[in-house]
Write a protein that binds this ligand. Sequence first.
Ligand SMILES: Nc1ncnc2c1ncn2[C@@H]1O[C@H](COP(=O)(O)OP(=O)(O)OP(=O)(O)O)[C@@H](O)[C@H]1O
Length: 605
Amino acid sequence: MNKLKHKKSIKSLLFLLSTIKKNSAFIFVVIFLVTLTDSMLQFIPILFPQLIIDELLGEGKVPLLIKYVLGAALLSIVLHVAKSGLNYYIETRAIKINKDFNVVIGNKTMKMDYEYTENPNILDKKEKADQSFAVSGGMPSIINNMIGIVTSLMTIIGLSYIISSLNGFIIIIILFIILLNSLLQKKIKHIQYTYWNKLVPINREYSYFFRTILDFNFGKDIRLYNMKNLLLKKSKENIEKNKKNMTEQTNKKSKLTALIELIILVQQVGIYGFMVFKVINLSISIGAFTMYVSAIYKLSQNISTLIGYIIDLNQSLIYINSYVEFINLPSEKSRNNNKTTHSDQYEIKFDNVSFKYPNDEKYTLKNINMIIRHGQRLSIVGANGAGKTTLIKLMTRMYEPTEGGIFLNGTNIKDYDYEEYLTLFSVVFQDFRFLATSIKANVTIGRENEKNVEIFNVLDKTGILDKVRKMPYELETSLYKLFDSEGIELSGGELQKLAIARALYKNAPIVILDEPTAALDPISEYDIYTRFNDLTENKTTIYISHRLSSCRICDLIAVFKNGHLVELGDHDELMKNQFGDYKKMFDTQAEYYVAPDRNKGVTVP
Ligand SMILES: Nc1ncnc2c1ncn2[C@@H]1O[C@H](COP(=O)(O)OP(=O)(O)OP(=O)(O)O)[C@@H](O)[C@H]1O
């Protein structure tokens, strides 16, 4: 266990050193200069007072005394000024490196395998990685520890030389006591780390419920379902758990801290007694007495701080290891997959695909065989939970099939470069999201230099252009009022139109709309479906919809039931199957519509 921890610490240390080196190798020179000035500063109050006191008690030459006092003061000022300049340089570098770590963790979170986002262990890892720099004090504290270790080492060597001229045994006693205290310190740190590990999932859950309380998006549900009590109860439960853990931790730590203080007290009484005895015996002068007293005090202080720094650094490295582990999480999507998707025709084949969600016992999809040809319009239908969205998640490589494979133009999709593969798809999921920024940035995904005319074009085709034209700043108007009081709030259907516009603007060869019209009024739904043929010319289009009227504009309909593909064919073929699920669903729905007119494509009530 300990071996494993050391291995982890060394891994983190190497990672940090290489990161520092990459950022600025010069910082190592500055660190060395700081340690030098720091340890020189420690010797001034040890060596100069001895000279001054012995001179005062001896001949008392004033010019010599002035020389000693001014020398000490001047040296001290120069070293302090140099030290603060060097520290300033180190601090600014360290803060910059810290910020870079944040960027890396953000990138990793956005790029990691999607299925990790549903894995509580990985989410805890991410939380630990995110907290690791704050808990450990980050780069400034780590560099400070490194400086402390080298400074203390240099000072200890110098002080041991001075003290050994009196009695070498004192050094051994001090060392023994400090080692004892260090073991106790290490135990304290271990307790701290153990409780931190226990607290991460508790705090993550607490943050979730607390964020929900503050999240306006939940405002309606909270009020209408009276979720207030449930949310407060959940938050309180986590606060209680947190409090219990903290109390246990403090109890255990304070007993050990008291023991450490007692041991230090005993050591000081012993050493001072011995020194007083030496003076009474006339073995040393008063000046030498002050020098030895402060040298012993400094030695014990430096050994303690050295061990403290080592423990702190080691502890920081253990925290940082969470970060190293998280950013090095293997990514299935980036392995052996450099094939290019470049082609002007795309055919997708599901070859006996079965799928279970991670940690799930049962299959969500079973033995799916299907070919989606280029330019085809496919409609996927089926009851809630039949596996329709899951099929899209597999196609877009959010998850990998448990068995079987999905092939694009004959090559397994997992062999393609992941990011390039995703450029083939424009998908509107049911739970699409927008950012609180301008309409333009939302549609173009931040490509601010894109031509407005093309954006207006897709907005027009999805029926939202008039609305945008009436907004105070048209395309530059902000969505939501989070950062802009003149921002706009759109209705569910309007947001859905905007989501479809964003998907079309991406201009990918395969367009997937998962419940594209659920929030649309019948006229808008009719509009979008009838225009979609033009909008998606020469593209493959996949619709998932419970409104079966959309199936009529499709060449192929895939009917899913309990994870199985139970029917595949066009509308006319499927309607011929008297006992088929499709006919049953279509007829049931048609009863709610007035005079369905097949030739129009879609029936408007
Ligand atoms: N991340 C997940 N982890 C575990 N099970 C999941 C996950 N997502 C979905 N499921 C389960 O997989 C099954 C299929 O879900 P899916 O979203 O594919 O259904 P669907 O056919 O799209 O349903 P709907 O018409 O309601 O949108 C459901 O039983 C659901 O509970």
